[in-house]
Design a protein around this ligand. Structure first.
Ligand code: PLP
Length: 436
C-alpha cells in the first residue's frame, strides 16, 4: 500500500475509510462477502496489464503462455469445485460479472425476440432474468427478448411451479431461468426440468447467490438438471467480483454432444465482451481452490445454521419471515405487519452500523416502497460469527424496529425525510450504535 499512499493519498484514504466501515459494521447484505487476502493479492496483481482476447491456445495477442496456463487452471478448478466431469461440462471463466455472464448466456442460446421466463423481480428474481414492469422493459434481457416472468405464491412465499407450468403452455418459452437474488428457499430442479421438457425449453440456473452452498453440497444440485448454469463469484463463493457460465457438452439422457460450448464461448467473446480481466480470473482460481476445501464445507454449513438461527429468533420476537424460514443464507423479513417500510429500517440500521438492504416482499402494494429487508449471513460467517452471535444480532435488529416505530411516531408524518430528521437525533440510536 505504500505506493498508493505516497502517490495518491486521496484514493488511499478513501480505501482506508471503506476498509474501516467494513471492519466496524455488521455486514448483513446477502450478496456480499469478505474475500481472502490471497484472492485480493491475485486480483491486484500484474495480470491486470495483459490483453488476451480469445481462449487458451487461440488468442488474438502474443505473450499469453502464462495467461493460458492460468485460465486453464481456473477452468479446471471451476469444474472440480462443482464435481463436474470435463467430458460432460465446460465452463467459460471470462465474464466480467454476473449480469454479463447472464447476458452472454442468453445471447448464446437464444435468438433476438425469443421467449424466456424467469422469476419476477418483486418475487425475488434478478433484473437480468427478463425484468420489466407493466409500463416499461427495464433489463436488456426483456428489451432484446420477450419475457413473461413467473412468481412466488403470495400466501406461501414459495415459487408457484403449477402456475409456471400452466403459463409455459401459453407462452412456450425457449428458455426457463431459475435462481434468484432474494429467495430464501431451495429449488426443485427436477420439477423445472419436467416443465422445460414439455416445450423443449432450455433450463438455465443462475446460482449466483447460492453457488458457495452448492459447491459445499449444502443445496440441491442445479447441474443435475440444467443445460446452463451461471454464477457470480463474489457472493457465497467468496471470490472476486466476476461471473462464470457453465454449459453442458453432452445432453443428459441421450449423451449426444450439444452445441452449447461454441455458442456460449462465442457469446462471451466476441459477442458481448473484449479482453478478459486476467487478474480477476486469477482471483477466481484462488477462490475456487478454497471452495473445494473441507474448511469451506464447514463454512457453508455454518452460513446456513446462522441464517436459521436468525430467522427463528426474529420469528420468536413475533416478526413475519417470508416463506416462514430459510434453506440458505437469506432471511427475508416482512416489515408490513409492524407498519414499517424497508427504507426506514435500512436507515436506522445504517445509523447504528448494521448494513442491510430494503427488499420488496411479494404482495407489497408498491415496488417503490419495499415492505421488507433482506438479511444474509455469508459475510459475517466469514468473520467467524456463530449461532450465539446471530442471537445477539437478532436482538439488535429487534431494537432497530422499536426505534423505527418510535421515530415514525415522533416524525408525525410518513415521509422518509421527516423520519430521517428525527432518527438522526434519537438517543437510542446512539446507544445502539455504541453497542454494535
Ligand atoms: N444474478 C443474481 C441472482 C444476482 O443476485 C446478481 C447480483 O446481485 C447478479 C446476477 C448480477 O451480478 P453482478 O452484480 O455481478 O452483475
Amino acid at each position: 500500500n505504500n505506493h498508493l499512499e505516497n502517490e495518491d493519498p486521496e484514493v488511499y484514504n478513501i480505501i482506508q475509510h471503506e476498509q474501516w466501515r467494513q471492519f466496524s459494521s455488521l455486514e448483513l447484505i446477502a450478496s456480499e462477502n469478505f474475500t481472502s487476502q490471497a484472492v485480493m493479492d491475485a486480483n491486484g496483481s500484474s495480470l491486470t496489464n495483459k490483453y488476451s482476447e480469445g481462449l487458451p491456445g487461440a488468442r488474438y495477442y502474443g505473450g499469453n503462455e502464462y495467461i493460458d496456463e492460468l485460465e486453464n487452471l481456473c477452468r479446471k478448478r471451476a469444474l472440480a469445485a462443482f464435481r463436474l466431469d470435463s467430458e460432460e461440462w465446460g465452463v467459460n471463466v471470462q465474464p466480467y460479472s454476473g449480469s454479463t455472464a447472464n447476458f452472454a448466456a442468453l445471447t448464446g442460446i437464444l435468438s433476438p425476440n425469443d421467449r424466456l421466463m424467469g422469476l419476477d423481480l418483486p418475487s425475488g428474481g434478478h433484473l437480468t432474468h427478463g425484468y420489466q414492469t407493466d409500463k416499461k422493459k427495464i433489463s436488456s434481457s426483456s428489451i432484446y427478448f420477450q419475457s413473461m416472468p413467473y412468481q412466488v405464491d403470495p400466501a406461501t412465499g414459495l415459487v408457484n411451479y403449477d402456475m409456471l407450468e400452466q403459463n409455459t403452455h401459453l407462452f412456450r418459452p425457449q428458455l426457463i431461468i431459475c435462481g434468484a437474488s432474494a429467495y430464501p428457499r431451495d429449488w426443485d430442479y427436477a420439477r423445472l426440468r419436467k416443465i422445460a421438457d414439455q416445450h423443449s425449453s432450455y433450463l438455465m440456473c443462475d446460482m449466483a447467490h447460492i453457488s458457495g452452498l452448492v459447491a459445499a453440497q449444502e443445496q440441491n444440485n442445479p447441474f443435475e438438471f440444467c443445460d446452463v448454469v451461471t454464477t457470480t463469484t463474489h457472493k457465497t463463493l467468496r471470490g472476486p467480483r466476476a461471473g462464470l457460465v457453465f454449459f453442458r457438452k453432452l445432453a443428459p439422457i441421450t449423451g449426444k454432444p450439444t452445441d452449447l460450448e461454441s455458442k456460449i464461448n462465442f457469446a462471451v467473446f466476441p459477442s458481448c465482451q473484449g479482453g478478459p480481466h486476467n487478474n480477476t480470473i486469477a482471483g477466481i482460481a484462488v477462490a475456487l481452490k478454497q471452495a473445494a476445501s473441507p474448511e469451506f464445507r464447514n463454512y457453508a454449513k455454518q452460513v446456513k445454521l446462522n441464517a436459521r438461527v436468525l430467522s427463528d429468533e426474529l420469528t420468536r420476537y413475533g416478526y413475519r419471515i417470508a416463506s416462514g424460514g430459510t434453506d440458505n443464507h437469506i432471511v427475508l423479513w416482512d416489515l408490513k405487519p409492524v407498519n414499517l417500510t424497508g427504507s426506514k429500517v435500512e436507515k436506522i440500521c445504517d445509523l447504528v452500523n448494521i448494513t442491510l438492504n430494503k427488499n420488496s416482499i411479494v404482495g407489497d402494494k408498491s415496488a417503490v416502497t419495499p415492505g421488507g429487508v433482506r438479511l444474509g449471513t455469508s459475510a459475517l460467517t466469514s468473520r467467524g460469527l456463530g449461532e450465539n452471535d446471530f442471537l445477539k444480532i437478532a436482538e439488535f435488529l429487534h431494537r432497530t424496529v422499536k426505534i423505527s416505530i418510535d421515530c415514525q411516531e415522533q416524525a408525525g408524518s410518513r415521509l422518509l425525510k421527516d423520519f430521517v430528521r428525527v432518527a438522526e437525533s434519537n438517543a437510542d440510536v446512539a446507544t445502539l450504535r455504541n453497542e454494535v
